[in-house]
Design a protein around this ligand. Structure first.
Ligand code: PRP
Length: 215
């Protein structure tokens, strides 16, 4: 049997992703987010795990460096990678939205045209604003996006909201919801054909586990 390589993202999705896969029998000793070992192997089950930076997971899967991966729909959409999206895993629920300082609201969304937006998601943001005929200036940040309007780097942000705590703590108000997101199981297009049996059995197991959870 050939090895199956699984890419998992560091950060909030790691734990629920590893736990769900383990329930489906897809696990390895020493698989933690903090491991300095970059590839963790289960020889008996012929599994390799790679733990990557969130935004890199779709890249590993598209190029076939990993056969499958788990990644948020938000990051998947932003990277626009060419791979199969097999399953909505339900966890990691959050949404992408535009927020502005609570004391600087404007009447209409279009009143923000030609202003600066700080975001980790410039492609999704641009598509959203283009559809509304709004030309914006996009400032790509890699974290702590909420700082943008506070330090005068931008007038608004396009970012992820989970509980809303970060927005509240930084006196920002959501003014428009852009997209909802949950974790997805993604598969490399060639691996899906070459390792069809293994990947479809795993997908089916995961689907059943998720269905049981809903009941
Ligand atoms: C995400 C997001 C927000 C925060 C939202 O950041 O960018 O900052 O979580 O969560 P909340 O609504 O529950 O407060 P993350 O912690 O992933 O780190 P980052 O800011 O470095 O991207």
């Amino acid at each position: 049997m050939e090895y199956l390589t699984v890419a998992l993202p560091k950060g909030k999705l790691f734990k629920p992703a590893a736990e769900l896969l383990a329930k489906a029998g897809c696990d390895a000793e020493g698989l933690t987010e903090k491991s300095r070992k970059l590839v963790i192997t289960n020889e008996e089950k012929k599994l390799n795990f790679i733990v990557a930076k969130t935004a890199d997971v779709p890249t590993y899967v598209e190029y076939g460096a990993a056969d499958i991966g788990i990644i948020g729909k938000d990051v998947l959409t932003e990277t626009g990678r060419n791979l199969y999206e097999m399953l909505d895993l339900g966890f990691g629920r959050c949404h992408l939205m535009m927020a502005v300082p609570a004391d600087k609201q404007r009447q209409n969304l279009t009143d923000w045209a030609h202003t600066r937006v700080a975001t980790k998601f410039p492609h999704i943001a641009e598509e959203f604003f283009n559809r509304r005929g709004m030309q914006m200036e996009y400032i790509k940040l890699n974290g702590s996006i909420e700082l943008g309007p506070i330090v005068g780097l931008s007038e608004s942000i396009v970012d992820i909201v989970e509980t809303g705590t970060t927005l509240k703590e930084n006196n920002l108000t959501e003014i428009v919801r852009i997209m909802d997101s949950t974790a997805r199981l993604v598969v490399n297009r060639v691996s899906f054909k070459l390792k069809f049996d293994r990947i479809s059995v795993l997908t089916e197991n995961l689907r059943q586990i998720l269905e049981e959870q809903v009941k």
